[in-house]
Design a protein around this ligand. Structure first.
Ligand SMILES: [Zn+2]
Ligand SMILES: [Zn+2]
Length: 281
């Protein structure tokens, strides 16, 4: 079996620890990983600021600056070559799915896709009824400001989120379409802060089933992401047991991801992934 950490960030990530990417790779080697996927946040599309409702820092620190993309690819390809006998480094981006910006996402992928091996598509921003975007994982206040009413009817908030995830899975982003869906239960990052219900209702389960079918059809893998386990108000892995079980039933390929933004976070919680893979085999 190939041991993969399929979701990691680098020293260039504006909201990361800025710890050495080389040391993160060395940590992965020490832990016995065969593959290490670098999936840095792509720059936010031009014009996003004007339709974004949340705090400036969320927007400014979400992704690489345009001017850092070449630096990132150089950092990644240099380490890929240098450590090729110890670990397979795969290069890519974590791409934000944004309904109104699919052209610029497609253009970005057309330009930089040829330098990548695996890319992740993630939903970190949802639109309110007026079309304004709000971050769902920056802090609880931003989620509250954007979707305050739905915090009292969390299944409705879940539906808003899963509809966007479904749309992201269905959208054609061109030849370099990401092949992995990132943390598809991220809406639960603050579940223990807002006391969200643990289980998804029937409406949401139907949406999730649709998402998984689209993923199966389009050969998209699922990010089994351990980062939420270590977040103060999440305390669970993404996508959680309910979605995980459904995905397993229809044989969606799963790739573990630590979502590491620091050296000590590389490979965190990997044994949990192993445990789940053995359940109901
Ligand atoms: Zn990040
Ligand atoms: Zn993410």
């Amino acid at each position: 079996m190939v041991k993969i950490d399929g979701h990691t960030h680098t020293e260039l990530c504006p909201h990361g620890s800025h710890e050495s990417t080389r040391k993160m790779v060395e940590r992965a080697i020490q832990l016995g990983f065969d593959e290490y996927w670098m999936t840095e946040h792509a720059p936010m599309p031009a014009g996003f600021a004007s339709v974004f409702g949340g705090p400036l820092d969320d927007y400014e620190s979400e992704g690489l600056a345009d001017s850092q993309v070449d630096d990132y690819l150089k950092l990644a390809t240099d380490l890929q070559a240098e450590y090729q006998h110890d670990i397979q480094i795969k290069i890519g981006f974590e791409i934000d799915y944004l309904h109104d910006f699919t052209d610029s996402i497609t253009n970005f992928l057309a330009e930089y896709g040829p330098y990548t091996q695996h890319n992740i598509l993630s939903v970190h921003y949802l639109q309110d009824d007026d079309g304004t975007y709000w971050g769902i994982d920056y802090d609880p206040d931003e989620l509250k400001t954007g979707f305050g009413q739905e915090l009292h009817a969390p299944q409705r908030l879940y539906s808003r989120y899963f509809k966007t995830v479904l749309e992201s899975a269905q959208t054609d982003l061109g030849r370099w379409q990401p092949d992995k869906m990132g943390h598809i239960s991220l809406i639960k990052k603050y579940q223990d802060y807002f006391k969200f219900p643990e289980l998804f209702d029937q409406t949401n389960l139907a949406l999730i089933q649709k998402i998984l079918r689209v993923m199966a059809k389009r050969h998209l893998s699922l990010d089994v992401n351990s980062a939420g386990l270590y977040k103060k108000f999440c305390n669970d892995f993404y996508p959680g047991t309910q979605i995980f079980t459904m995905a397993k039933q229809i044989d969606i390929p799963m790739v573990f991801g630590s979502d590491a933004h620091a050296i000590d976070e590389v490979g965190r919680g990997y044994h949990l992934n192993e445990l789940f893979k053995r359940v109901d085999n």
